[in-house]
Design a protein. Structure first.
Length: 262
């Protein structure tokens, strides 16, 4: 069986992000720096089948839409444009929380092919949260115009993620993107993207915190990437607990987690 929201049990959490869990569609999140062509990819994928509203409780616009590929309907969510997932702005927090808690079946990181270095920073943060990641290298026409040559195979090998080159403005490459998404959803590709290894000092701390979190919060384990959570704790990021409290009853003092919505 392919990946579905039902099989991973996150429908109710998705509804709290205004994603219709009852449809049980695979969810595709589009992440990327501003101006990389995210909305153009979103429009190209979904055409007229799209709605805009606000992210629940926020004054940031949420665009979601639908497309069908090989008789399977997909829900696509255009995340706010961000340079990182550090939650230092509302936009970053939305993007981070969506990938962390709504657990899209696939996250497409849309990158500007003329500015890879800056764009790959976000990709590495996304792969820290989710394995199911595709790199969409957009603005390939601009790259060509600027005589920038990208070794796609070399990059895919280094990053261990599928790469799809696109020119979204001309709708080029979008059918390849749908095909790769379909393969990931149907578990026809092995995904094990590159993960940042930190200094031994940090890795030793992570090794101590991860089993502790697993023990104290057994219910979190199936829903959240615990290594990622340990890194956020080391970083002193408290915002993650605000979201945990919104989705679960988390009481850190009593070291107790009761899932509220199940
Ligand atoms: N040359 C070129 N322009 C593109 C491409 N994709 C999008 N654009 C343009 O880039 C600008 C920003 O696109 P948009 O989708 O709004 O980016 P977003 O901020 O990431 O949502 C728009 O003017 C698009 O028409 C592409 O592949 N090639
Ligand atoms: Mg946009």
């Amino acid at each position: 069986m392919g990946l579905t929201a039902q099989s991973s049990g996150v429908n109710l959490l998705r509804e709290s992000f205004n994603i219709d869990g009852d449809k049980n569609n695979p969810v595709v999140a589009l992440a990327g720096n501003p101006n990389t062509g995210k909305s153009t990819v979103f429009n190209g994928l979904t055409g007229l089948k799209q709605h805009t509203g606000n992210w629940p409780g926020k004054t940031v616009t949420q665009a979601k839409g639908y497309y069908t590929y090989l008789s399977q309907e997909y829900t696509v969510v255009d995340l706010p444009g961000t340079y990182s997932l550090l939650a230092s702005s509302i936009e970053e927090q939305i993007a981070r929380d969506f990938i962390c808690f709504a657990q899209p079946e696939v996250t497409v990181v849309i990158a500007d092919a003329t500015n890879l270095e800056r764009n790959l920073n976000l990709l590495l943060q996304v792969t820290e949260l989710s394995e199911r990641v595709v790199l969409c290298l957009n603005l390939m026409d601009e790259a060509e115009r600027k005589n920038i040559k990208i070794d796609l195979n070399g990059l895919a090998t280094d990053l261990q993620v599928p790469i799809v080159p696109t020119i979204a403005r001309d709708e080029k490459g979008l059918s390849d993107l749908k095909k790769v998404i379909d393969k990931i959803v149907n578990q026809e590709v092995q995904l094990d993207p590159i993960k940042i290894k930190y200094s031994s000092k940090i890795e030793e701390k992570v090794e101590k915190i991860v089993p502790e979190l697993n023990k104290q919060f057994p219910n979190l384990r199936k829903n959240i990437n615990i290594r990622w959570l340990a890194l956020r704790l080391l970083e002193g990021d408290r915002t993650i607990f605000e979201t945990l409290e919104e989705c679960y009853d988390v009481n850190l003092k009593n070291k107790k987690v009761v899932e509220r919505r199940q």
